[in-house]
Design a protein around this ligand. Structure first.
Ligand code: FE2
Ligand code: FE2
Length: 319
């Protein structure tokens, strides 16, 4: 019996149980497979937010392409910006396929971004005023992205898992590129070291927020339980933040830099990093497009979208 005939004979509840059995057995769900509405809507939200964040994340770094201190650095950061746009493209295609049965398109994703219905990642609402910030984004923001994305490499949704495999490989290059910039500055003049320290101080809170609140009660927006239930990811926000601490705190300190949290320490008994909580109310404001650069970057994206309308029209005519 074919899968389609088999599924047609099942009640909705049996289909749901069959779906859960498949993901629990480690099978991949594909775009045309039956899936519960909650699974589809969770994936659409997660993947479109991820895709759009890749694109919005290219904006603070793009600002540094003309100002990079050498040709080598300029080529490096330009390649990274291109990669991020490519990640956005890959992910939005995955989101589009999921949206098709609902009669929605990529235009809707962009419309949701401009209207504020679709959020983008908190870190990309922040300023990057110095070359130290540009390096730090590559080193620690891409470093944090690697931790959260490798947690989903085995996601139950096949197209997302496959896109992440390619994205993570490129993110490793980004993190190394950022680390090379930071190492050079940290070993440089007093002025350069101060520039890096100021960037660390500026970004620390945003990096803590990167993984989201520990539980839904903090903001009421966390979807971590649903994504774990459906095997899209395995670790909680807090476990990911702790992994980030374990990997990066020793590295930051080994460069002779400090972190702006006098309470930060590793508690041997609990085997956990203890840290000062970021201001989660501020986090809510930032992702509602009230961060320092939210409006400006959205405006930039919107202008590019309007000005490039003719390219989309030409491509559609060529189809
Ligand atoms: Fe990326
Ligand atoms: Fe990246």
């Amino acid at each position: 019996m074919s899968d389609v005939v088999f599924l047609n004979q099942l009640t909705e509840q049996e289909k749901y149980r069959h779906f859960l059995m498949r993901i629990e057995a480690g099978e991949k769900i594909e775009a045309d497979d039956w899936m519960p509405d909650e699974y589809r809507s969770t994936l659409i939200k997660l993947i479109s937010m991820h895709g759009i964040s890749e694109i919005m994340g290219a904006l603070p770094e793009k600002e540094w392409v003309p100002k990079a201190p050498s040709l080598k650095r300029k080529l490096g950061i330009m390649a990274k910006v291109q990669d991020e746009m490519g990640h956005g493209q890959l992910l939005l295609r995955v989101a589009e396929d999921l949206m098709k049965p609902l009669g929605k398109t990529r235009e809707d994703i962009m419309g949701d971004l401009f209207s504020g219905r679709l959020k983008f990642h908190n870190v990309f609402h922040m300023e990057a005023p110095t070359w130290g910030d540009a390096g730090l984004i590559g080193w620690l923001v891409d470093g944090a992205a690697i931790i959260s994305q490798t947690n989903m490499l085995n996601a139950s949704y096949g197209p997302y898992a496959r896109a992440l495999k390619r994205i993570c490989a490129e993110e490793v290059f980004h993190a190394q590129h950022g680390e090379a910039i930071i190492m050079a500055l940290a070993e440089g003049t007093n002025e350069q070291r101060t520039m890096v320290q100021e960037a660390v101080n500026r970004w620390w809170e945003a990096l803590l927020m990167f993984f989201g609140p520990a539980d839904a009660s903090t903001t009421g927006t966390s979807k971590q339980d649903i994504t774990i239930k459906y095997r899209i990811r395995t670790k909680t926000n807090e476990q990911l933040r702790q992994d980030f601490f374990s990997k990066y705190i020793p590295r930051v300190l080994s460069l002779g830099l400090t972190l702006p949290d006098e309470t930060l320490h590793f508690d041997q008994e609990q085997a956990l990093w203890v840290y000062k909580q970021p201001d989660w109310n501020r986090f809510k404001e930032i992702i509602k497009n009230n961060g320092p650069k939210s409006k400006e970057r959205l405006e930039l994206r919107k202008t590019a979208y309007i000005e490039n309308q003719w390219v989309r029209e030409a491509l559609n005519m060529a189809k």
